[in-house]
Design a protein around this ligand. Structure first.
Ligand code: ZN
Length: 439
């Protein structure tokens, strides 16, 4: 006897007609046609069932602040940082908590249940850290939230930068951050990486650095981060976020750099929505895309994940907590359009992000948490194409969000009466799982 059985699921690896049985909040069985009773049975009609989406790079202290205190006129990274600096003294814990909780509601509706958020520690009041620690507790039953102590204005460049970062870690933040390319000099950026890797080693924490978010092909902080990772014995615990300088680097230099990153078992996060929006701003034409070398880093065996970075904040006026939107942009900007590439990109917003965040019990296997998302799509390739409705979102085997399928009723002569975008436009040769229910 199980608590719940989801019947007739298509899995991300392509298996069809799979039943997923849940007991005690975990996946207890996963097989074709499970012959057993359950407290509840949901026939998902052949739809794709995925583990939840994972966003390993976000700024929850800034999200939904668009328009406060004004809009970013130039649309650049640097005006965004300046604008955030104007807003920061006005922030209150109550307003931060309220915005973050509203964002988490949106995330749940999109099947996004694991988020790593950077938390700005530049203001010694640390109201951001206080607020996000409260949010981490309040959402714990439905979202896993990891918090990075992030010196937005520079570890050395901000007054009290080092002290504020240490205090934020003392308060209970989970990860050590940095922003070396925003320090005053390359040398100071390198020193900041040494300092934060030392802190991470002493405290036993992971590292996640905004590293070389710049078009400067000569920025060398990725190399330094890899070297400090090895020096402090942090292999496998260090993430380089953005790495957009790698887009512009000389190919010969990159042929040396990627093996150094592999030696350090560095984990990588690209943020395609933000990178394509903010990089190349000083170019006329040709205009660089700015995304790091996703395919080459994957080919080198590094864990490469995709992050959303921003939603409706000083840096980015768009965003919708949809990791499939992030993946969709990555497919275009990294030019990864084959079926095999699309599966790698899907992993970059699910399993690879989960590995990067060190999530326990994540995945679609017996023993994993019964955290599941049912999508209005036939498979992974279709999910990436359509960014479809999340029909059901389950956490520990309980439904925590539902959306009705998007069905269009057509009023046209001699044409179908209705269209289900998730079933009616599959590529030639695709097998369409038979729908046995209304889901
Ligand atoms: Zn960021």
């Amino acid at each position: 006897m199980f608590d719940l059985i989801l019947r007739n699921a298509t899995l991300p690896d392509g298996r069809q007609g799979i039943d997923i049985a849940v007991r005690g909040g975990r996946i207890a069985a996963l097989a074709l046609a499970i012959a057993a009773e359950a407290g509840e049975v949901i026939d998902v009609g052949g739809r794709l069932v995925s583990p939840p989406f994972v966003d390993p790079h976000f700024h929850m202290d800034a999200t939904l602040s668009l328009g406060l205190p004004r809009m970013n006129v130039s649309g650049t990274l640097l005006e965004g940082i300046a604008l955030w600096g104007e807003l920061r003294p006005l922030l209150t814990k109550e307003a931060l908590v309220e915005r973050a909780l509203r964002y988490c509601d949106l995330a749940v509706s999109q099947g996004l249940l694991h988020i790593r958020s950077h938390v700005d520690t530049s203001d010694p009041r640390l109201v951001t850290a206080e607020a996000l620690l409260e949010v981490r507790e309040r959402v714990r039953s439905y979202i896993d939230l990891q918090l990075v102590a992030f010196p937005q204005d520079g570890y050395y460049r901000a007054p009290e930068g080092p002290r504020s970062l240490e205090r934020a870690l003392d308060m209970g933040l989970d990860v050590v951050g940095a922003i070396p390319h925003f320090e005053r000099t390359m040398a100071e950026g390198a020193r900041s990486l040494e300092a934060i890797c030392r802190i991470a080693a002493e405290r036993g924490l992971p590292v996640d650095v905004h590293c070389d978010e710049t078009d400067d092909p000569l920025s060398r902080h990725v190399e330094t981060l890899a070297a400090e990772t090895v020096r402090f014995g942090l292999q496998g615990r260090v993430t380089g976020s953005h790495l957009t300088s790698m887009h512009s680097m000389d190919n010969y230099y990159v042929s040396k750099l990627i093996p150094l990153m592999a030696e350090a078992r560095m984990q990588v996060i690209a943020n395609p929505l933000i990178n394509i929006m903010l990089q190349g701003r000083h170019d006329t034409y040709p205009k660089r895309r700015g995304l790091t070398r996703v395919r080459e880093l994957m080919d080198a065996g590094l864990t490469v994940a995709l992050g959303q970075d921003c939603t409706m904040d000083p840096w980015y006026a768009m965003g919708s907590a949809d990791m499939l939107e992030v993946a969709h942009m990555a497919i275009h900007v990294a030019q990864m359009g084959s079926v095999a590439d699309k599966h790698r990109i899907f992993e970059a917003v699910t399993t690879h992000s989960a590995r990067l965040m060190g999530l326990e019990g994540y995945g679609l296997a017996v023993g994993c948490h019964a955290d599941l998302v049912v999508l209005q799509a036939a498979d992974v390739v279709e999910a990436l194409r359509l960014k479809p409705t999340r029909l059901l979102v389950l956490r520990r085997g309980k439904v925590i969000a539902k959306n009705p399928p998007r069905i269009t009723e057509l009023c046209l002569p001699d044409r179908p009466a209705r269209i289900d975008s998730g079933r009616d436009f599959l590529p030639a040769g695709s097998t369409v799982p038979e729908a046995r229910s209304g889901i």
